[in-house]
Design a protein around this ligand. Structure first.
Ligand code: HEC
Length: 309
């Protein structure tokens, strides 16, 4: 017993005299902890490494607003009138081609315009009959222009009028494509039916949502200003009985005022005023205490509101 006691005493002395031995005693534990951390690290190398490098992902959630589009009246056309192109139609097609298409398809239709570099698939070479996806008929080129060829760089030109799309198609067919295929009557009838060509249509105008919001706000801006100036003038009414009632029966005086300003019908007579206020209690800034108003109180509240608004 005494030996054990001495042993412990010796050990304690050793430790205080030579602190390095603490390391010797702790060494096995440090080894195990180090090994554990090492194994954990290696096993999770994938996650650890990935989290170190913040991922740069393409943000596909960006919502683009609507674009401005004027209202368009698409005039009805008879597609059979364009079966054999007139010189006017072809020169209209040429103008449109130079403005919209030659950057990719090239002035000579060979698919070698300045913007064609690096496009995969490359722009169609119109001078060859190889590899056409929709085809060389008038109706088929019309479809290409209307729908585009996603996901390639050939986008939709649906905003061009039907006659302009036909002019382009006929220009390409007459100028570049060797022996383009001709449409049967059934092809042209189908084209007419799919795109409502003989009916014509009216496409409504469109403006960006953000812009519409600004317009709505500015439309109401004058009204809002009026409410604000009314609120400021309220203090000058502080002795008015109607004003005291107004304060009692409204939780949100500003909302109540703008509600009344936006619904002018209540000015016609007292019953209309009462039903407007009562039927929308809480949403309209008034509170439940309107139900306790007596007839003469309604009258003075009404007169006060008429004076104010
Ligand atoms: C930004 C470049 C670009 C512009 C501008 C462009 N195209 Fe294309 N077009 C392409 C590409 C690329 C293809 C090939 C797409 C594919 O093979 O999938 C193509 C294919 C076509 C085809 C072949 C369709 C088929 O059946 O294979 C026609 C016809 C065509 N374009 C007409 C036009 C006309 C007309 C215009 C102008 C209004 C135009 N393109 C403007 C890039 C363009």
């Amino acid at each position: 017993m005494k030996d054990i006691f001495n042993g412990i005493k010796n050990k304690t002395r050793q430790l205080t005299e030579n602190p390095g031995t603490i390391f010797g005693l702790l060494y096995p534990y440090l080894l195990v902890i180090g090994l554990g951390l090492g194994i954990y690290y290696v096993q999770n190398l994938d996650n650890i490494a990935r989290e170190n490098v913040p991922p740069v992902l393409h943000d596909s959630t960006v919502v683009t607003d609507l674009t401005v589009k004027n209202s368009v009246i698409v005039p009805p056309i008879n597609v059979f009138d364009f079966k054999t192109p007139t010189p006017e139609l072809l020169s209209e097609g040429e103008k449109l081609y130079k403005a919209n298409c030659s950057s990719c398809h090239g002035d000579n239709g060979k698919g070698d315009g300045p913007a064609s570099a690096g496009l995969n698939p490359p722009p169609r070479n119109f001078t060859s009959r190889e590899g056409w996806k929709n085809g060389t008929k008038l109706s088929q080129i019309y479809t290409t222009l209307q729908e585009g060829l996603p996901p390639s760089a050939m986008v939709s030109y649906d905003y061009l009028l039907p006659e302009q799309k036909i002019a382009l198609a006929q220009y390409i067919r007459a100028t570049f494509i060797p022996n383009p295929e001709n449409d049967s009557d059934a092809d042209l009838q189908a084209l007419d039916a799919i795109y409502n060509l003989s009916a014509g249509q009216q496409i409504a105008a469109q403006i960006p949502v953000a812009k519409a919001e600004v317009l709505i706000i500015s439309e109401n801006e004058n009204k809002i200003k009026k409410v604000e100036s009314e609120l400021n003038s309220l203090n000058s009414f502080s002795n008015d009985n109607g004003f005291k009632l107004f304060k009692k029966v409204t939780t949100e005086p500003k909302i109540a005022l703008s509600y009344l300003i936006n619904n002018n019908d209540w000015k016609k007579n007292l019953p209309d005023f009462i039903s407007l206020v009562i039927n929308n209690v809480n949403q309209n800034g008034f509170n439940g205490s309107v139900f306790n108003l007596k007839k003469d109180e309604w009258t003075s509240l009404y007169n006060f509101m008429l004076k104010l608004i």
